[in-house]
Design a protein around this ligand. Structure first.
Ligand code: ADP
Ligand code: MG
Length: 580
């Protein structure tokens, strides 16, 4: 079973093992085969030994990127992604990713080495002294510390359960330096390990909750389904498709739920979003929260008179968290359970006598959608010089259509918003982006993990500002020779690149970068392919070649520096956004 090669203690004949091997054995016993991290005191040897034991150890240049990689690996696989860091500063660098994972319901475990308890608690100034457990607690779904080697099995088991059961999230596991060399009798060690049985148990919805939801759906004149990333995570792809197609209800995918059904599906209402949200009378949320991304379910977006008004809509919410309902508006029919079980129960309850929504509603949605799609097609067909977001993303759209198995990573402001609306997705869990926080910096961490986990080509569409947060990881991409193609939408700045210092002084405006920066040379520096592209044709050629060759590639797509609006599509959240 384990990798703990029994060593014979010098003074006795009993085989012993140690904390290092027990951590590795505990992870492997639970099917965890990859660690994302950054070596250093006190976990350097752990990374060596994990690799020697046959695990994949992916070493990054900054812990935040390793943490983001672990988090998205968790989302893609339903197994907790592991991020391993050194103490205090390394731990803190990983913490942003841990908090982001918790916010996004991604299962991950941040394992950090830490200094000696006795010294930390007396604040005697140990090397990298910090009470890491206390600091991680409010940012994690759960946090644990293991002091004795015989408790490693329990610690890892609890961390795994906490990460993946119920609503998934980030878990912190604190492993003090002293734990690793602790030796322990090998047979006692083997007995102390736990292979977690049923780590994410199914949660079956109550039959009356299912009936309540079905009654609302049956009575709806203008029903709408909203699919969120919880639905993508749940891997109930076939059941969800069946529910959508059996009921005939139009649906809207949230950003990371795109591709659960192909965006080109006739029932997809993405292109009519601003029409269906206020018009729908019954909305069924499937693994999606009514947070800011959905205007909290009220106000103008939802047909309310003013920003505070609650719409007249009725809501059904399928969610694994019993606390989610009513967080923003009244949920008339909460269905609590795992999405696979809930959707199956709804399907079973629907039976054969289901009547599709009124033609009046479906026709209205289709009309709005077709009008908007035609307008978009016109915009995409233009070929301005210099390139703008639309003409560049038209290429990306074609590339994804031809390579639907490719994973699309996406961050930025305009680079995010335009990509989300222009680039259709065809398969589930292929679009990975800034998520619930709209966090910048996930780019290269997500790209590395996506390539490692899926072995499919990865395309990262990055704003030039967003890329800067994790750009050094192109070295990691090259070192592990991953099939990652980074496309930088380079408009010379944050939002846009044409701002000036109003004083005429020598400093540039705070939102602009070096003009005509040659980002592609960063990739060339590490042996990858770098391409400078100023036209859609050049961009297309370079992307096709990247997919074909599977070589690490960075394309510097030069965009009109006047293209882009402040804060992209969320200008309304920025009280003083410059009008453009
Ligand atoms: P989006 O931003 O795409 O709308 P959110 O992150 O807001 O998605 O919402 C995801 C929701 O999915 C969370 O409320 C979470 O509790 C729920 N969820 C996650 N996994 C499951 C699952 N397996 N079954 C049911 N609900 C889930
Ligand atoms: Mg920019």
């Amino acid at each position: 079973m384990g990798t703990a090669e029994p060593q014979v203690a010098a003074d006795a004949r009993t085989p012993v093992t140690d904390g290092f091997h027990l951590v590795i054995d505990a992870l492997r016993l639970n099917g965890i085969d990859t660690i994302f991290g950054l070596p250093g005191i006190p976990i350097t040897d752990l990374t060596r030994k994990a690799q020697a034991a046959g695990m994949r150890v992916i070493s990054f240049r900054h812990e935040q990127n390793a943490g983001n990689a672990a988090a998205i690996a968790g989302f893609m696989t339903q197994k907790p992604g592991i991020c391993l860091t050194v103490s205090a500063p390394g731990f803190l660098n990983g913490l942003t990713a841990l908090a982001n994972a918790t916010t996004n319901c991604f299962p991950m475990i941040l394992i950090s080495g830490s200094s000696e308890r006795e010294i930390v608690d007396l604040q005697q100034g140990d090397y990298e002294e910090m009470d890491q457990l206390a600091i991680a607690k409010p940012l994690a779904k759960a946090a644990f510390r293991v002091l004795h080697a015989e408790d490693i099995g329990v610690g890892v088991a609890r961390a795994i359960r906490a990460a993946v059961s119920g609503r998934p999230g980030g878990v912190y596991l604190d492993l003090p330096a002293k734990l690793f060399p602790q030796s322990i009798d090998a047979s006692a060690a083997a007995r102390s390990l736990i292979k977690v049985v049923d780590p994410a148990p199914r949660q079956i919805p109550a039959p009356d909750a299912v009936q309540r939801a079905l009654e609302l759906l049956r009575g709806a004149r203008r029903p709408l389904v909203l699919l969120g990333k919880g639905a993508a995570y749940a891997r109930a792809d076939a059941e969800i498709r069946d529910l959508i197609e059996t009921t005939g209800i139009p649906y809207l995918p949230m950003s990371m739920a795109k591709g659960l059904l192909p965006d080109t599906h006739p029932q997809c209402a993405s292109a009519a979003r601003s029409f269906v949200l206020p018009e729908a009378d019954v909305v069924m949320l499937v693994g999606a929260r009514l947070n800011w991304l959905l205007s909290h379910g009220k106000g103008k977006t939802w047909g309310g008179q003013d920003a505070k008004a609650w719409g007249a809509q009725k809501f059904i919410q399928i969610d694994i968290s019993p606390q989610e309902a009513d967080s923003n508006v009244r949920i008339d029919a909460p269905v609590v359970g795992d999405i696979g079980s809930c959707v199956s129960a709804l399907l079973a309850g629907i039976g054969s006598g289901w009547v599709k929504p009124p033609a009046e509603w479906l026709d209205a949605v289709a009309e709005r959608k077709n009008k908007n799609l035609a307008r978009m097609a016109e915009t995409l067909a233009r070929n301005p010089a210099p390139m703008n977001f639309h003409s560049a993303l038209n290429v990306v759209r074609d590339i994804i259509r031809a390579n639907p198995e490719a994973v699309l990573v996406n961050e930025g402001a305009n680079a995010l918003d335009f990509t989300r609306s222009i680039v259709d997705m065809y398969q589930p869990r292929k679009r990975l982006d800034v998520g619930t926080w709209g966090v910048m910096g996930i780019g290269m961490g997500f790209a590395v993990a996506a390539a490692v986990v899926s072995d499919q080509p990865v395309i990262a569409i990055e704003g030039d500002s967003a890329f800067g947060f994790s750009g050094m990881e192109v070295e990691t991409v090259c070192r592990y020779n991953l099939p990652v193609c980074v496309v930088i939408m380079n408009n010379n700045g944050v939002y846009r690149g044409d701002e000036r210092n109003p004083t005429g002084g020598r400093d540039p405006a705070p939102l602009v970068f070096v003009k005509d920066a040659r980002y592609e040379k960063v990739m060339q520096a590490f042996g990858g392919v770098g391409v400078y592209a100023t036209t859609p044709a050049e961009l297309r050629r370079a992307m096709e070649e990247a997919i074909r060759s599977r070589r690490p590639t960075l394309i510097n797509a030069v965009i009109d520096e006047g293209a882009g609006t402040e804060s992209g599509r969320i200008t309304s959240l920025n009280p003083t956004a410059k009008k453009t």
